[in-house]
Design a protein around this ligand. Structure first.
Ligand code: HEC
Length: 429
């Protein structure tokens, strides 16, 4: 009760603040396994164990589109040139998406196991994928046959291109790195001595590989060892590099995130704060910011120079429904919905349709919103009871085939508060 009171007070405080960008991206129903940011630093793409991917406007903190295609967790994502994005799933498929469209533009099949890593070639023409089926693939984005690399013994966890785009570097569970020329020719195998989970090639060609031993290993472009930085007590699950190549970020499976000065070969600082464990990291181009995807289902932003967490600030306009009903206990529960749904007449659609006037409305009937075919075929009428049911059993069970990421409100009191809040705040006036 006290906790809830404090949470409510926190919300009031935040909503009285001047309109400001949301810093926490809340929308996934499971841990955020993969993160990528567009080259202009404005759009983030997150992939989750909840089988969905979400495109986010970073400054507004709102979800732009929910991408649902994969049958298992979305383990790797990449931002491509020309407003395209790639997601890769546990079932082995890679989907290519165009900004603003809810269906994939292209689906690439071929892997027979989970796809754990994706990388874009420096010229933007090829996508490389690493898979637990033991292979890496080089996929021409313009279409055509993929080239298959099958040197590793066991799962391939990570892939990166060399700066000239002439070779791919792959890291595997077999504790080796392989440097493979893209146009054929002999592969170079490097023994690392620990299973490799993360892989980066810096702009100057230096290879950084992180693994089960919690260290970031640095190697020459030819694969000669140049030292290692101890970054974590536990295996490293995700590795990223800043756009200028100066900094690396390494996330440990149970620990926090180490920011490494690559030239000095030293951990500059460790991010501590909410959102641990971290499953994914990405630097934001053009900003001194790191984004992390956590086990708590949120995407968070951090200032690289200080390690400071850019805290939660809910976006609000002076008179919007959330501000007007900020002291309602359900307002706090509705924070789980806010990235994707607005409530008042001016809010419009986000990744999900507006909930303005939702009570008494038949499912899938907001004009101009691109619903999934599954939802369009249903006859539910939204009421406090049906919305409660939706989050009691979860969208996948109540509305099978929906694009909304799986999530549930398990506490009956919270659920009651949520639907009462929605009834009040969504009422047309
Ligand atoms: C990550 C984005 C996201 C989050 C978070 C989210 N939703 Fe949704 N929601 C959607 C999408 C997308 C749809 C449309 C689904 C479709 O077309 O299959 C939707 C549909 C709905 C609908 C049906 C609307 C209609 O017009 O038929 C309701 C009701 C709803 N959501 C309520 C909620 C509530 C309440 C929460 C918070 C507990 C929530 N949603 C959280 C994305 C989200």
């Amino acid at each position: 009760m006290i906790a809830r009171l404090f949470r409510a007070i926190g919300l009031v405080a935040c909503c009285l603040a001047a309109p400001s960008a949301a810093q926490e991206l809340r929308g996934h129903g499971g841990p955020v396994r993969a993160l990528a940011i567009s080259a202009d630093g404005r759009i983030a793409l997150s992939g989750s164990f909840d089988t969905s991917a979400i495109l986010w406007g970073i400054e507004t903190g709102t979800a732009l589109t929910v991408l649902r295609h994969h049958d298992g967790s979305v383990n790797a994502v990449a931002a491509l040139p020309g407003g395209l994005f790639a997601t890769a799933g546990e079932e082995g498929r890679i989907a290519i998406w165009r900004m603003g469209r809810p269906e994939p533009e292209r689906v690439i099949e071929g892997h027979r196991g989970s796809v754990a890593g994706l990388a874009l070639s420096p010229d933007g023409r090829f996508l490389a994928s690493a898979s637990w089926d033991g292979t890496a693939r080089l996929i021409p984005l313009a279409g055509g046959e993929a080239r298959v690399f099958s040197g590793h013994r066991g799962p391939v966890n990570a892939v990166a291109f060399t700066p000239d785009g002439r070779a791919i570097v792959t890291g595997g569970h077999d504790a080796t790195l392989r440097i493979s020329p893209v146009d054929g020719g002999p592969e170079r195998q490097v023994m690392l001595g620990t299973p490799v989970n993360g892989l980066i090639v810096a702009p100057d060609g230096e290879i950084a590989a992180s693994g089960a031993d919690g260290r970031v290993h640095l190697l020459s472009p030819e694969g000669e060892a140049r030292g290692a930085v101890a970054a974590s007590e536990t295996p490293i699950v995700s590795l990223a590099i800043s756009s200028d190549g100066a900094m690396l970020a390494a996330a440990g499976i149970r620990g926090s995130v180490a920011i490494i000065d690559r030239t000095a070969r030293r951990v500059e600082r460790v991010l501590v704060g909410p959102g641990l464990p971290v499953w994914s990291v990405a630097f934001r181009p053009g900003a001194e910011e790191l984004m992390t995807g956590g086990g708590d289902r949120l995407v968070r932003r951090w200032r690289v120079a200080t390690g400071e967490h850019l805290g939660a600030v809910v976006m609000s306009r002076p008179n919007d429904a959330l501000t007007r009903f900020a002291d309602h206990p359900g307002a706090e529960v509705f924070r789980a919905c806010i990235a994707c749904h607005t409530l008042d007449s001016e809010g419009g659609n986000r990744a999900g349709p507006t909930l303005h006037g939702v009570i008494g409305r038949r499912i899938a009937t907001v004009p101009g919103y691109d619903y999934s075919p599954a939802l369009r075929g249903m006859t539910i009428v939204w009421s406090k009871e049906t919305i409660a049911r939706l989050f009691e059993v979860g969208p996948n069970a109540y509305t099978p085939g929906t694009k909304m990421p799986e999530q549930r409100v398990t506490d009956p009191q919270d659920l009651q508060a949520l639907v009462e809040f929605i009834e009040k705040a969504s009422r047309p006036n």
